[in-house]
Design a protein. Structure first.
Length: 255
C-alpha cells in the first residue's frame, strides 16, 4: 500500500509541476525505481560532494539510485567511522535530483574533524536482483569544503491571509545571490488512484528578486482533521550545496 501511495503522489505532483506557472515552478521528489527490466543501469560509483555546515555537522550531496541503502563514513584519527544522519531530503540541481544528507561527526563525543568522507550504497534486498548488479557502490574520497560554501536561507517573516482560501508567504530578501530560492509547502494531497488524502511536501521555485508568494489552501471537507494543517518554510541552493536543513522551522496555518 505504501509503495502505491508514493507512486501515485509522485505521478500527480509531476502533472502539477507541468501546469504550474507565474508564481513559481512545482517539482516532485523522485519515486523509488522499480525492480526488474525498468530499473536504472547500475552505477559504478556515487556522484557526491561534501562541505562542513559547522564544527559537528557536515552536508553530503549525492546522486541517488533507490535500489541502494546509503551511509556516510569518514576517516577520523586514522580509523573509519560511520556518522549518524541528522536530516536529509531530495533537492533538485539543474534539472536533476540529488539526495542531501547532513551527518553528525561529533556523535559519541568525537571532537576531531574527519580528514575525508565517503558515501557507500549497499544493495537493498540483493536476492531480488541479478548477480551482475553491484552489491556495493561507493563515492570517491571526499575532501569537505569549508562552511563558507553553505548558503543561508532567508527568514520566513509571516504567512498572511489573503482570503478564505489563500495565504501569502512572505520572506526576507535572499542574500549572497543563490541559484535558487525555494518555498516548501507541506499540505494535504489527494491521490485519485487510491481515493485518499495524505500530507505531501511541494517545492516551489521563487522567481529571482521576489519576497512573497501566494498559495492556495486545501479546504476539502473530506480531508481528515489530523492532516488539515499547512506548513511553509524556506530553502536555498547555491553552488551545488543547500542551506542548513536543521535550521528549517516550518510556519503552520490552519485552512
Amino acid at each position: 500500500m505504501t509503495s502505491r501511495i508514493t507512486a501515485a503522489i509522485a505521478a500527480c505532483t509531476l502533472s502539477l509541476g507541468a501546469l504550474a506557472a507565474g508564481v513559481g515552478t512545482a517539482a516532485a521528489a523522485p519515486s523509488a525505481a522499480a525492480a526488474g527490466a525498468d530499473a536504472p543501469s547500475p552505477r559504478a560509483a556515487v556522484d557526491a560532494r561534501a562541505a562542513a555546515v559547522d564544527r559537528c555537522s557536515y552536508q553530503v550531496v549525492r546522486s541517488d539510485d533507490s535500489r541502494y541503502v546509503y551511509s556516510v563514513s569518514g576517516v577520523v584519527g586514522g580509523s573509519t567511522r560511520e556518522f549518524p544522519v541528522q536530516k536529509e531530503d531530495f533537492v533538485r540541481f539543474s534539472d536533476e535530483w540529488f539526495k542531501v544528507a547532513q551527518v553528525d561527526v561529533c556523535a559519541g563525543g568525537q571532537s576531531q574533524a574527519p580528514a575525508t568522507l565517503r558515501v557507500t550504497g549497499k544493495l537493498d534486498r540483493p536476492e531480488h536482483y541479478d548477480p551482475s548488479v553491484p552489491r556495493t557502490i561507493r563515492s570517491g574520497a571526499l575532501q569537505p569544503a569549508s562552511s563558507s560554501v553553505i548558503p543561508k536561507a532567508p527568514r520566513l517573516t509571516s504567512v498572511d491571509r489573503v482570503d478564505a482560501a489563500t495565504v501569502r508567504v512572505n520572506w526576507e530578501a535572499a542574500q549572497g545571490d543563490p541559484d535558487q530560492v525555494i518555498v516548501l509547502e507541506r499540505k494535504p494531497f489527494y491521490s485519485s488512484e487510491l481515493g485518499l488524502w495524505h500530507p505531501y511536501t511541494f517545492r516551489w521555485n521563487a522567481p529571482r528578486g521576489t519576497t512573497s508568494m501566494d498559495r492556495k489552501l486545501q479546504r476539502d471537507s473530506g480531508i481528515p482533521a489530523g492532516i488539515r494543517a499547512h506548513s511553509y518554510w524556506m530553502r536555498v541552493v547555491k553552488g551545488g550545496f543547500v542551506s542548513d536543513l536543521r535550521a528549517e522551522r516550518p510556519t503552520t496555518v490552519e485552512p
